[in-house]
Design a protein around this ligand. Structure first.
Ligand SMILES: Cc1cc2nc3c(=O)[nH]c(=O)nc-3n(C[C@H](O)[C@H](O)[C@H](O)COP(=O)(O)OP(=O)(O)OC[C@H]3O[C@@H](n4cnc5c(N)ncnc54)[C@H](O)[C@@H]3O)c2cc1C
Length: 617
């Protein structure tokens, strides 16, 4: 028995059930990634590679040119890093550029940009100043504009959306000292007043980006429980809270290893009176709102990661050619050359995933919850590897601060700051571990929705029989198809070599992945939810297959239009990704997870404390 089996406590089950209650239950539109996990490659869903709307693109191109000029002339990212402040003239300039209203519709005074354009702008800013990018992204990826755009009442939109065109800043407050990844631990309460017209907000919110300067924010709080069949069900509700409401205490400005310019803080709410009409979406719908907002909100991080990846490519390429050691440019030594290849081919992959998911978000004919989560997980993990490889290529100068480099007349390449700034992306908006769990839950949904009625004690026997018959009928048709080779090649067969070969690999591996998932479901049933070692491999394989597909579609489009050699980058990425897929399949079949987990359990039980010797604690 693994350590996780022993740990499935009543509390853990409650947290899982709570998260489950906030899930979007239905798949109203097709999802390329969901099908891929289920063993079917529907390349038509992502091919031909979607293009940005030409009018939106034209407006965005012009805007980006203005933004770049403004940033170059007015913002010194090193000063922000050193002083911990984004200067007020920058806030004002950004407001004048409409940067706080990029996605706000024009009827409310905003720029009316699409998600695609917004992501392009965030990609640009992220390549220059992490703190400024996070200021704008916390404000409009998860702050008030996005949930209001999606779920706001006409009155809420009319009252709040126009203020962002004038530069009002917003924030999103979910996290609390005891509620990080697990929102069920939330303790901030919103208690209705006697007349029911207001709620009194009490509690503490932690790490709220922009919270200290926000004119308005989304605050998640616990409202009175619903009683279902005599059982209390915890309710979380999202409120629009104005920064000027009495009772908001800004307790502490948090400082971090990077992103020194962000105004992130610990805040206390003391009997803050919030009008009932400030509820967004509905009482008890707060978590659902957060999850649905993040489906598109999450796409900023892939865009930002891609911007950073391209910046790293620029630095690494120049330095690897310029720096000579052992008789040649360091880029000619194989170890460095392979790192350069990784940076370029994996940045290309991030580019493909970012623009594919951005276009999907605007198109709205696809369910993108899986694709957005995969994009976030893949791009934040890969960009961290890329910054690390770039720092390694820069050697000692990579570790030196840009200020110190400048003082001794060296090239201005602040890789050290980039590394500090980028690290948080693997933690915010869902840690990489939580993204694995989220993706696994969604990927398993077709199985779980078939199997759950059979496992539930609450379902009547005849309903169980019907569910069992349906399930047998489905699997009798589905499973044999996973073991047979495809008779038709599908539209990916029309790709040039070697892309078509990579897509043939994806098609085959997708079937193998579906078999692996099915076998794991059969073996572990409900307990599979806790078997993270198994689930993580399933997710990692599905993620690589999704990215390979995006890369092949993107490369073909670029090769046709402008860049013939994009196919070479795609080929190189796909070769690496296929190796990782094969390794994950191999490890799924043969591993020592059980032993490792047992050692981890004993580490927690202090049995290896003797290892922590001869150090200054
Ligand atoms: C710079 C910064 C900006 C932020 N901005 C905001 C903001 O604007 N608004 C806001 O509400 N919050 C914000 N946050 C909070 C952020 O979203 C949380 O840090 C994040 O959700 C993780 O919570 P935690 O740090 O408490 O980690 P924990 O939840 O305590 O997790 C600690 C570790 O355990 C792992 N872990 C936890 N549960 C599981 C599990 N079930 N299975 C496997 N692994 C698990 C996690 O992956 C992580 O590695 C910010 C944080 C920072 C540092």
């Amino acid at each position: 028995m693994s350590m996780f089996d022993k740990n499935i406590s009543a509390e853990k089950l409650k947290s899982l059930e709570f998260a489950e209650s906030a899930r979007e239950q239905e798949w109203k539109a097709p999802s390329f990634a969901l099908k891929l996990f289920g063993g079917s490659l529907d390349f038509n869903l992502i091919h031909p590679f979607p293009q940005q709307d030409p009018d939106d693109k034209k407006a965005c191109d012009a805007y980006m040119a203005r933004m770049e000029k403004f940033l170059r002339e007015n913002l010194n990212p090193d000063e922000v890093d050193k002083t911990g402040e984004i200067p007020s003239k920058v806030y004002k300039g950004l407001a004048d550029l409409g940067a706080f209203a990029l996605k706000i519709p024009k009827e409310y005074g905003g720029c009316g940009f699409s998600q695609y354009s917004y992501n392009r702008i965030m990609h640009l800013i992220s390549s220059y100043c992490g703190s400024t990018a996070v200021l704008l992204s916390a404000h409009q990826s998860i702050g008030v504009p996005q949930p209001l755009k999606l779920f706001g009442t006409p009155e809420q939109k009319k009252k709040y959306l126009p203020m962002f065109a004038k530069g009002a800043v917003s924030a999103f407050a979910l996290t609390e000292p005891e509620a990080g990844s697990d929102p069920r631990n939330m303790s901030t309460t919103a208690t209705p007043t006697e007349d029911g017209k207001f709620f009194l907000l009490n509690g503490t919110k932690l790490w709220c980006t922009n919270g200290l300067i926000a004119d308005v924010m989304v605050v998640m709080a616990v409202t009175p429980p619903k009683i279902v069949k005599g059982k209390e069900i915890k309710q979380i509700t999202a409120f629009i809270v104005e920064g000027a409401y009495p009772g908001i205490e800004k307790v502490h400005r948090c400082s971090f290893m990077g992103l020194h310019g962000i105004q992130n803080g610990l805040m206390r709410f003391n009997n803050v009176r919030v009008p009932r009409e400030n509820i967004i979406l509905g009482e008890g719908e707060g978590l659902k709102l957060a999850l649905m907002t993040l489906n598109t909100g999450r796409l900023t991080l892939p865009a930002a990661s891609t911007g950073i990846g391209k910046w790293c490519l620029n630095v690494a390429r120049q330095w690897a050619a310029k720096r000579h050691q052992w008789g040649s440019a360091i880029g000619e030594h194989e170890a460095v050359a392979l790192k350069l290849n990784y940076i370029a081919s994996h940045t290309f992959a991030m580019d493909a995933v970012t623009w594919l998911t951005s276009a999907m978000a605007d198109d709205k004919r696809r369910d993108i919850r899986l694709e957005a989560a995969i994009a976030k997980l893949f791009c934040t993990e890969v960009s961290w590897q890329i910054v690390d490889a770039t720092l390694q290529i820069r050697g000692g100068q990579g570790y030196e601060t840009s200020e110190s480099l400048a003082k001794r007349g060296m090239d201005y390449w602040p890789v050290e700051r980039a590394m500090r700034d980028v690290r948080i992306n693997r933690i915010i908006e869902g840690t990489s571990d939580i993204m694995h769990l989220f993706i696994a839950r969604e990927a398993l949904d077709p199985h779980l929705s078939r199997i759950k009625p059979l496992l539930s004690g609450k379902v009547a026997l005849n309903a169980k029989m019907t569910a069992a018959l349906k399930m047998v009928g489905f699997y009798a048709g589905w499973y044999p198809g996973l073991c047979l080779p495809s008779l038709t090649a599908g539209p990916e067969g029309g790709l040039p070599r070697p892309l078509n070969e990579h897509m043939a690999f994806v098609r085959k591996a997708s079937k193998k992945l579906a078999r692996l998932t099915f076998h794991a479901m059969m073996k572990h049933q409900q307990k599979l939810e806790s078997k993270q070692s198994i689930l993580n491999r399933i997710v990692d394989i599905g993620m690589e297959l999704f990215v390979m597909s995006a890369v092949c579609s993107y490369a073909q489009m670029l090769a046709r239009e402008t860049q013939a050699n994009a196919v070479e980058l795609a080929d190189s990425f796909c070769a690496d990704a296929a190796n990782r897929v094969n390794a994950s399949f191999q490890e799924s079949a043969e591993n020592v997870d059980g032993k490792k987990l047992e050692i981890a359990r004993r580490i927690l039980a202090r049995e290896f404390e003797w290892m922590e010797n001869q150090i200054i604690k």
